[in-house]
Write a protein that binds this ligand. Structure first.
Ligand SMILES: Cc1ncc(COP(=O)(O)O)c(C=O)c1O
Length: 346
């Protein structure tokens, strides 16, 4: 089965599994796990920030950042298509006790004028804007890379109002590669960010929250409060160290493959895909203009041993990752062409 529902389906490489079996571990809550310390130091140095914290997931990293940087009842400005707003089970309200103010980011672009309008003025009936959350790549179903200058203009704007900015960089390596830069250069304007280890980087577990020493110290304390303190997490950290050392260099291949796959599908069925909209490793199929039974289309793709993600309506998503190379791409194109023909309504 070829699974392109997400890059989260990636499995650890052999080198990661070997690193796990011989990892040095200790009680990380007591600060005794050398592998976790190595991972946190490596993450901080790759992004040229002071410190990092190994956490269970991207969702936990995002919520810890919000809890660390805001007060109860604050407002947090978020992109209306962001993960933190749409796909974290209402955690902004339920766990972090803040109110979200969603703003539109057309094609992933955070417009400073739009963000400025969303910042609260002082007033007896108003709350306080406590944080701006950016995301890069932006929109889990589109994967728009956001250039550094665009993030920087939001950071500069926010600084005028004394509002901190946090970046959800779940796929920051895909963004950097798509923009032809490094993660350090791309994220330099933001003081705090997270990166997921489990997506294109193929680690089995976790995210890194990254920022200055005081931010990470408070986040570490809050991680304990929400039950995210870990003991011998070094087995997982050892795999993540290998992920950070070995995987970034091949992330560009995933972006490249996504564009190639889109072009190959477009060459056969131009009406369901526009290759120029593929900006990183994420591909969207839009069958709205086709006379096709979408459920039958999905089932027919599956028949050919290819798993894609239905997004509702006539939209489907595919994400390229380490497990997708030439033979898999051929099979995916065949499956989609077969399914499109089979599901056509005559
Ligand atoms: C942009 C973004 N942020 C955060 C997350 C959450 O990561 P996790 O699934 O590890 O909680 C995801 C997961 O897909 C994501 O795409």
């Amino acid at each position: 089965m070829i699974d392109v529902r997400s890059d989260t389906v990636t499995k650890p490489t052999r080198q990661m599994l070997e690193a796990m079996t011989c990892a040095q571990v200790g009680d990380d809550i007591l600060g005794d796990d050398p592998s976790v310390k190595e991972l946190e130091a490596l993450g901080a140095s790759m992004f040229q920030k002071e410190a990092a914290l190994f956490v269970v997931s991207g969702t936990m990293a995002n919520q810890l950042a919000v809890m660390t940087l805001t007060n109860r009842g604050d407002e947090v400005i978020v992109g209306s298509d962001s993960h933190i707003y749409n796909l974290e089970v209402g955690a902004l309200a339920a766990l972090s006790q803040v109110q979200a103010r969603p703003v539109e980011c057309v094609e992933g672009r955070p417009d400073p004028a739009v963000f400025e309008c969303a910042i609260q003025e002082a007033g007896i009936q108003r709350t306080h804007t406590g944080l701006i959350c950016l995301e890069n790549t932006y929109d889990l179903n589109r994967g728009y890379p956001v250039p550094r200058e665009e993030m920087e203009s939001i950071v500069n704007l926010a600084a005028n109002y004394g509002v901190p900015v946090y970046l959800d960089g779940a796929r920051i390596f895909n963004a950097a590669s798509a923009l032809g830069t490094t993660v350090e250069e791309l994220t330099r304007p933001v003081a705090a960010l997270q990166v997921c280890l489990t997506k294109g980087l193929c680690a089995p577990f976790g995210s890194l929250l990254i920022g200055d020493g005081a931010f990470i110290e408070k986040a570490r304390w809050l991680r304990q409060r929400i039950g995210g303190g870990m003991r011998q997490a070094g087995y997982m950290a050892a795999a993540a160290v290998v992920a950070l050392r070995t995987m970034p260099e091949q992330i560009g291949r995933d972006n490249w493959n996504a564009r190639l796959l889109a072009e190959r599908i477009a060459a056969r069925i131009p009406e369901i895909i526009s290759p120029h909209t593929v900006k990183s490793n994420i591909i969207n199929l839009d069958l709205a203009q086709s006379r096709v039974d979408t459920e039958q289309f999905y089932q027919a793709v599956l028949e050919k041993d290819v798993l894609i993600k239905p997004l509702g309506g006539a939209h489907f998503r595919m994400i390229c990752h380490y497990g997708i190379g030439e033979p898999e791409m051929d099979q995916i194109v065949d499956a989609i062409v077969h399914a499109f023909a089979k599901a056509r309504i005559h």
